[in-house]
Design a protein around this ligand. Structure first.
Ligand SMILES: Cc1cc2nc3c(=O)[nH]c(=O)nc-3n(C[C@H](O)[C@H](O)[C@H](O)COP(=O)(O)OP(=O)(O)OC[C@H]3O[C@@H](n4cnc5c(N)ncnc54)[C@H](O)[C@@H]3O)c2cc1C
Length: 446
């Protein structure tokens, strides 16, 4: 069988690998000049690097840990010691541990809401979210509707919004409650998604998160075609013709491992099923700008600070983390500008965004925070072959209205990508699992 795989992110690379190992003729088309997709490690200088896309991995993400090991790479623990900053209601406060310094009522409310979301998430059917108990009702409201009803203080709501936006990179008002619950259970629980220790942010990959993808791709480099963008898919009784900007190629099957909204921009003949096409019209990507402030050393650690910040809507950034390299040779604060806070920043220059970030960091940490060596950021909505991140978010009605359309094959077309994974949906782990599933689907055809 000849199979063409589209997209050399972790999903497409995994599918390609399994199909080659099964002895098939495989070509992998990638529109960019590199592999990794939403994982993008940029080399800076003197061996320093920055993960401009995804970077963290954590317990139960077995596939990515196994790949790191197989590729001869290592992980290291995220720095998580010292006091955190809470920038709320015009005040800057510090606190130790997981519990922010807020009034007791807000704290109890936050605890109640997080537990309630996790309790509701336990009932979700991960393979078929639309068959979960009460699915229609949960899918008829947004996460914001739920928070409007369950969060009673302004302080608790600001912290909750910052946390949810850091998880989804989209405003709560744009996410179906059913999808939010599915996403939480898909990654074990909300608590797991939020946490550093024993959570999704526990570890990083030495050398950067693109390393395992680069090394895996090197094993089958002759199968990969860079700068080759799929433009059209023409199916007939005997096979499928795939058209790129400079030509075309025949195959028996195609695995499309790109975000669903980008898949919706490709031309199909015959047209995709109405269900699949209508679904593609409803899966927007989140909005995220990942911001880096690089210092000669991690000076905040000496002050007993973790480098972590949670900030309310007065600030351009929801959350900061210590993203210094494993050997501590530099100090790096990394912040996420997300959802509605990122959107006004999309039209600003990097220098303008840098000034906004500098002002924020000075307010949170004092003047030392303004003395960086370097600032840079990366806006994923500006990337032609991602058009947003971290992943697609399902709005109300999409899961229950279109059910399996996200991953159900359309003739000779099979779908992969993290968005199609029931486990760790939206994460590297989900991407790898989706590649395995799509390869198995094709291999099952004989
Ligand atoms: C800022 C940011 C932070 C994140 N943080 C984390 C994190 O800490 N941990 C985590 O696990 N995940 C994180 N994620 C999410 C993670 O990066 C993704 O879930 C994962 O990389 C998706 O992999 P994929 O293979 O499904 O898709 P992609 O990586 O998007 O791969 C799709 C590939 O297809 C290519 N392509 C697109 N269109 C075409 C076309 N027409 N023809 C040919 N090729 C095409 C693209 O160039 C791309 O290489 C983050 C993402 C971002 C952007």
């Amino acid at each position: 069988m000849k199979i063409i795989v589209i997209g050399a992110g972790y999903a497409g690379l995994t599918a390609t690998r399994h199909l080659i190992e099964a002895g098939h003729e495989v070509a992998l088309w990638e529109a960019r000049e590199r592999v990794g997709g939403r994982i993008f490690t940029q080399q800076i200088e003197n061996g320093q690097y920055a993960d401009l896309g995804g970077q963290w991995i954590g317990p139960t993400q077995d596939r990515i840990y196994a790949l790191v090991k197989e590729m001869g790479l290592e992980t290291f623990g995220v720095y998580n010691e010292g006091k955190n900053v809470l920038a709320l209601g015009g005040k800057i406060k510090t606190y130790a541990g997981l519990i922010p310094k807020m009034d007791l009522f807000s704290l109890l409310n936050l605890d109640f809401v997080l537990k309630k979301l996790d309790r509701l998430a336990k009932n979700i059917n991960l393979e078929k979210p639309w068959l979960s108990p009460d699915a229609k009702r949960l899918d008829s409201m947004t996460l914001a509707t739920f928070l409007d009803r369950q969060v009673w203080t302004k302080a608790a709501r600001s912290v909750m919004d910052a946390a949810m936006e850091t998880l989804f990179a989209a405003p709560a008002a744009e996410i179906s409650l059913l999808h939010a619950l599915f996403y939480a259970k898909s990654g074990t629980s909300l608590e797991t998604l939020i946490n550093i220790d024993n959570g999704a942010q526990q570890d990083r990959i030495k050398g950067g998160a693109q390393g395992p993808a680069d090394r895996l791709a090197a094993r089958f480099a002759q199968h990969i075609h860079f700068n080759r963008e799929l433009k059209a898919v023409i199916q007939d009784e005997n096979g499928v013709t795939l058209v790129h900007q400079n030509g075309q190629e025949r195959a028996d099957r195609v695995i499309i491992a790109i975000p669903p909204t980008l898949a919706g921009r490709i031309y199909y003949s015959p047209a995709l099923s109405a269900r699949r096409d209508q679904l593609s019209q409803r899966v927007p990507m989140g909005t995220v700008i990942k911001c880096y402030a690089v210092y000669p050393k991690a000076w905040w650690r000496e002050q007993g600070m973790s480098g972590q910040v949670v900030a309310d809507e007065d600030f351009p950034i929801q959350t900061f983390f210590d993203n210094s390299p494993a050997d501590g040779s530099k100090g790096v604060l990394m912040g996420f500008s997300l959802a509605n806070r990122a959107r006004p920043l999309l039209d600003k220059s990097m220098a303008e965004r840098g000034e906004m970030v500098r002002n924020m960091l000075i307010r949170c940490f004092g003047p030392a925070a303004g003395q960086w060596e370097q600032y840079f950021d990366h806006s994923w909505a500006d990337e032609t072959f991602s058009r947003g991140c971290y992943a697609a978010v399902m709005p109300p009605g999409a899961w229950t209205g279109f059910e399996a359309a996200l991953s159900e094959p359309c003739g000779r077309i099979h779908w992969a990508g993290t968005e199609t994974s029931p486990i760790w949906n939206g994460y590297i782990e989900g991407a790898i699992r989706s590649g395995e599933r799509a390869a198995a689907e094709v291999l099952g055809l004989g």
